[in-house]
Design a protein. Structure first.
Length: 476
């Protein structure tokens, strides 16, 4: 649906196009904040809020009687002709434009100011747009998608009651915002590169690198997403669970809910749900990686540009590499006598000085420790059995076992998650640490304190690290 078909008010954006649009924007935000504080906002309170704002902004309100009978057109015409602003006229203008609902009398007989839902949503959007910090948004989107899909697969998940509204739609919303964040990252690099070209001296360029917040925010967020080990694992988890979700009966439930919610027939709802799943899978599998590679290339271009810019500024606009290359090419075409004469002139123009510095270590005196005639030999003492036992325990406590029962149990808790049984061949093994953890679990299988049963199999699992006997781990 077209937005103007939905809003049904051609004057909706009128206050944002007039001369005092900044004042109108502040006034409507003040009213929105006031409605959050008060259960009922009366017209007198609304006028007082706007009047205080106008006085603080240095705008005198002298025509109160005239404003009471002024309509929106007169307010617009009065504004354009230079008339002063009044709170009643502003409220009238807001009602004409659909920002405020028609007048309504409250329980005490006074008029009540009610903001329209469309105005609230539109102003909230503008406030979020202007107050956006740009820090951590991209990673937050990935974390949100991970939490949504993880909670959807938990036992007795509430999200499965309405999977279209509580699972698929939030995933699509976060995926859309994540796309916008990637575009913002790419645009940030372009703006940084344009800013680098403008600098004419090393001092200003150094200040840009040291203090520019845009540069700091951009690289902080990008390198967190790029180098944090959780992000690739979470994206892989989301993709795997989406494939399962698409094949389960929950997908059929999504289609029915979509058809009921949007008043579509079954085929249209099925097409919409399939399109959402395809969009999510394509973005996570192809588009995300492609965008990250593009950002990598742009960052490399930025570093190359910055390096070239520094070299040009350091050489006062002369590229020394190109000049030396031209000189050597010219000298190579000369005769031997001309080459010797040219090199002698170059030697006269060049002065090389050898500078050496004396460090503190060169003249530091080593102080000898005096034993003051005391016997420094080791004393031989016979330890009792109790002392030997206590020292042995102290050594064990100071050197914790990396593969103790507690650590192996904690490792298996993470691997099983909410499941009660797992098989090694179903889990990807990529490090030596994981192999040794499974081997330790086999050793602790008969221990009463170990919370897992381990059943060995005759099958062997081959991994990149080592070959290990396939086992089934069952939670006791």
């Amino acid at each position: 649906m077209n937005f103007f078909d939905y809003i049904k008010n051609d004057a909706f954006f009128k206050p944002l196009t007039l001369k005092h649009r900044r004042i109108y924007y502040d006034c409507i935000q003040i009213l929105i904040d006031k409605t959050k504080e008060l259960p009922v906002l009366y017209e007198a309170d609304a006028k007082d809020c706007i009047t205080v704002y106008l006085k603080n902004a240095g705008i005198n309100e002298t025509k109160k009687n005239l404003s009471d009978c002024m309509d929106a057109k007169e307010e617009i015409e009065g504004e354009e002709s230079g008339a002063e602003l009044q709170s009643a006229g502003i409220l009238l203008l807001f009602r004409e434009c659909g920002w405020l609902l028609p007048r309504e009398i409250g329980r005490n007989g006074e008029y009540v100011v009610n903001l329209s839902i469309d105005c609230r949503r539109f102003m909230d959007f503008l406030r979020k747009l202007t107050e956006k910090s740009g820090e951590g948004m991209m990673s937050n989107r990935i974390f949100s998608m991970y939490e949504i899909i993880k909670s959807a697969f938990e036992e007795d998940s509430v999200r499965r009651e309405r999977p279209y509204t509580n699972v698929l739609v939030p995933l699509i919303d976060n995926e859309t915002e994540l796309k916008n964040e990637l575009v913002e990252l790419k645009d940030s690099i372009s703006s940084i590169m344009k800013a680098v070209i403008v600098f004419q001296d090393i001092n200003s360029f150094g200040q840009f690198i040291m203090k520019d917040e845009m540069l700091d925010h951009f690289f902080n967020e990008y390198f967190f997403v790029k180098n944090n080990g959780l992000i690739p694992a979470q994206i892989s988890f989301i993709k795997a669970k989406l494939r399962i979700l698409r094949q389960e009966e929950t997908c059929e439930k999504m289609i029915k809910e979509c058809a009921e919610k949007l008043q579509l027939d079954y085929e249209e709802a099925r097409e919409r749900v399939e399109r959402y799943f395809a969009e999510l899978q394509y973005f996570l599998s192809v588009e995300y990686e492609a965008n990250m590679e593009l950002i990598d290339n742009r960052i490399n271009n930025y570093y190359n540009l910055a390096n070239t810019r520094i070299m040009l500024m350091a050489s006062n606009g002369v590229r020394l590499e190109a000049a030396i290359n031209d000189f050597l090419n010219t000298v190579s075409k000369m005769t031997e006598e001309e080459q010797n004469a040219a090199m002698e002139k170059v030697a006269d123009c060049t002065r090389i000085t050898n500078q050496k510095y004396v460090g503190y270590k060169s003249f530091e005196k080593n102080k000898r420790i005096k034993n003051e005639g005391e016997n420094i030999g080791l004393v031989t003492v016979e330890l009792s059995e109790e002392e030997k036992r206590m020292q042995t325990e102290r050594l064990f406590n100071s050197s914790p076992n990396r593969y103790s029962v507690d650590r192996v149990s904690a490792f298996l808790d993470v691997q099983l998650g909410s499941e009660s049984e797992m098989n090694i061949k179903e889990k990807p093994i990529q490090t030596k640490e994981e192999i040794l953890m499974y081997a330790a679990a086999m050793l602790y299988a008969k221990n009463a304190e170990f919370p897992y049963d381990v059943q060995l199999s005759k099958e062997t699992v081959k991994t990149e690290i080592a070959d290990i006997t396939d086992v089934t781990v069952i939670k006791k």
